[in-house]
Design a binder for this molecule. Structure first.
Ligand SMILES: [Zn+2]
Length: 438
């Protein structure tokens, strides 16, 4: 039984799983039953860059049986020595409350705040080491050359980001250090002991309501590390969990749940993904056909937003809160229900036509290039269709661009091939055509 909070996805007003506040059963088992508590709650597969979605809980090890010492610890760092401590003596399930980048230079007691800002982190002990061992960490944050947006109130949509000038495809719009980083999944371990007869005894560290209380305590400790200015920035963010009768999330935890974006700390077969909350990015409103793509940059500990198409001056800048999987309008609206608004983007206000387009595009996602007589013509047609429906942020759009580019490259037409290439700086973001070349 796990105290898993993996459902704390962005904007989630959904009720937690039925067993969320139930008592993890205190069990006594024989030595053959040694599967322990989930310790690596941050592991998550299939994570896209963007708003968080529920993750699969990963069953793991027997560590809590085999380790000695306290079953659960929280290291709330305050000193210069703490700041550079990798906590190698900690268990993987121990929490560290730390400020990154460190606010003290190595070996110094002189408080030195990074010019790009700092992030309060509630992370598992190994995650801190992963971040700080990132080559070049902390790199300077790439900044937009000229400010391009402002946050203002938009009738019927709350606060949102408006383009102050024309923004080119691929342009960096927002780059900021998160206010907080926290796990997307928390699992508290068990006290364990081996009885004289070899039987292993389990007892949960927290039972029932204690689980929620401890999570709230951890998030309160996290926010208490902030100065008043950053605390105010965080508490000014939307909280979708404040209505009476909701799941009882605290004001701090509710805001974290409402505003978290994925922050991939480690990729590979066992990805570690956290939740990052940014002051600016979290104010950008949703569209199923957004004008931007989000990306977390680990080396600079920053959240980035880039344009995926040209955004004219005065237009609202948008981001997506849901999967971009060509779902039907009904399914998309259902996914957005927890946010408390009805999307009025181009495909949501034309459901009959857009649903047919989405169905058609989904049918094209299977490998088919070998079966078409003119792959260039087909790819160009699909690019045109996707642009008509403002779907430049969808992966398939980038795939078609790449296909067209490759075909022209093979034909020796480098000039045209370049027009369909990704932006070199945004290649990992798949942000669209290169600004100025299209
Ligand atoms: Zn929509």
């Amino acid at each position: 039984m796990s105290s898993d909070i993996s459902w704390m996805k962005k904007g989630l007003r959904k009720r937690p799983p039925a067993d969320w506040f139930s008592d993890p059963k205190s069990t006594t088992s024989d030595s053959s039953k040694t599967t322990g508590q989930v310790l690596t709650g941050q592991q998550k597969s299939g994570v896209d860059e963007g708003r968080l979605k529920p993750s699969e809980q990963v069953k793991d090890s027997e560590d809590d049986i085999l380790n000695d010492g306290p079953a659960y610890q929280v290291r709330n760092e305050v000193t210069a020595v703490d700041a550079w401590n990798m906590h190698k003596d900690c268990k993987p399930s121990d929490f560290v409350l730390t400020t990154l980048p460190p606010i003290y230079p190595k070996g110094s007691n002189v408080l030195t705040i990074d010019p790009d800002g700092i992030t309060e982190c509630l992370i598992y002990a190994p995650t801190k080491a992963l971040l700080m061992n990132t080559p070049g960490f902390p790199q300077r944050i790439r900044r937009p050359s000229v400010p391009s947006y402002e946050i203002r109130e938009i009738p019927g949509r709350g606060n949102g980001a408006i383009a102050l000038r024309d923004i080119e495809a691929g342009e960096l719009i927002i780059a900021e250090r998160p206010l907080i980083i926290s796990p997307i999944s928390i699992s508290f371990p068990h006290h364990t002991s081996r009885l004289p007869n070899g039987v292993v005894s389990f007892a949960p560290v927290f039972k029932g309501k204690e689980v929620q209380n401890e999570i709230h305590r951890l998030f309160d400790l996290l926010i208490d590390r902030m100065d008043n200015s950053r605390k105010s920035d965080f508490m000014d963010l939307t909280n979708s969990h404040k209505e009476s009768g909701d799941d009882g999330s605290s004001p701090v935890y509710g805001r974290s749940r409402t505003n978290g974006f994925a922050a991939t700390i480690n990729g590979g077969s066992k990805p570690i993904v956290c939740s990052a909350v940014g002051k600016e990015i979290c104010r950008v409103n949703h569209s199923c056909c957004p004008s931007t793509a989000y990306h977390f940059e680990k080396a600079s500990l920053s959240m980035e937003l880039r344009a995926v198409r040209k955004i004219p001056k005065g237009e609202e800048i948008t981001i997506t809160y849901i999967e971009k999987d060509f779902a039907s309008t009904d399914k998309r609206q259902a996914s957005l229900q927890s946010y408390g608004f009805t999307c009025t983007c181009i495909i949501c206000i034309n459901p009959s036509e857009s649903d047919a387009v989405c169905t058609f595009i989904r049918s094209q996602l299977v490998p088919h290039a070998a079966n078409v007589t003119d792959p260039l013509e087909v790819a160009l047609e699909h690019i045109e269709l996707l642009e008509k429906w403002q779907m430049e942020s969808y992966q398939i759009y980038q795939t078609y661009l790449m296909r067209v580019s490759d075909i022209y490259h093979q034909r020796g037409d480098m000039k045209t091939a370049r027009k369909f290439m990704f932006s070199p700086r945004g290649s990992d973001l798949r942000t669209g055509r290169v600004s100025g070349l299209v």
